[in-house]
Ligand binder design. Structure first.
Ligand SMILES: [Zn+2]
Length: 210
């Protein structure tokens, strides 16, 4: 079954984010997957093995909460459970972005805390969860990531990638970009000998975007 007009429009928006994510090096080759909620119990997700900078609406599938493909002609990403559990854990969320950003994954894997240093890091990321390594596509990975996403908008999965959620595609992608930027900034700060500076906590409650 072909995608609806609404799903096709969302697919095009996700494709633009996918292309930008590859351009910025947030994912290599065919890693990562993107989804958008379509009502209460279904979502649109990139197909298995797709390259995020080559997406067209034909590369997406509509999947129900139990994994049934309801529209689209491709097999959904093997990470569909990660997206499904995220939507189930967070009824407020409309978008799930899963990428393999090099610096965030490296620091989390080495057990180095990713520090929020700038206004943008603090505003967009706020806080993040962490999971141990579980095989990609597994129930364990999906369940542990979703448990973290109940409390955070970002989770870094060690040795693998990050999963970021939000109430719009724009917000979710900005969040993912700032998570990776915080990891890069943390790495540079450590190279400069700094191990404990972070955004002043007392200003967190009053943050708003200009
Ligand atoms: Zn992945």
């Amino acid at each position: 079954m072909a995608l609806t007009h609404e799903a096709s429009g969302l697919a095009q928006e996700l494709a633009a984010v996918g292309a930008d994510a590859v351009r910025r090096g947030l994912v290599l080759a065919s890693g990562g997957n993107l989804s958008a909620r379509l009502g209460e119990d279904r979502f649109l997700i990139t197909g298995s093995g797709t390259w995020l900078d080559r997406l067209t609406p034909e590369d997406f599938a509509v999947v129900s909460h139990d994994g049934t493909v309801e529209a689209g002609s491709v097999r959904p990403s093997s990470e569909w459970k990660l997206h499904q559990r995220a939507y189930a854990a967070r009824p407020d969320v409309t978008t799930v972005i899963h990428l393999h950003p090099q610096h965030a994954v490296l620091l989390a894997t080495l057990d180095v805390e990713i520090r929020l240093l700038t206004l943008d890091h603090a505003f967009y990321v706020r806080s993040m969860g962490l999971t141990p390594f579980y095989p990609n596509g597994s129930d364990e990975l999906a369940d542990t990531a979703a448990a973290e996403l109940a409390h955070h908008d970002c989770v870094v999965m060690r040795h693998h990638g990050c999963t970021v959620v939000g109430d719009s595609l724009e917000m979710t992608y900005r969040r993912a970009l700032n998570l990776e930027d915080a990891a890069k900034a943390t790495l540079i700060a450590r190279q400069l000998g700094d191990t404990d500076t972070r955004f002043p906590e007392e200003h967190l409650p009053s943050l708003h975007h200009a």
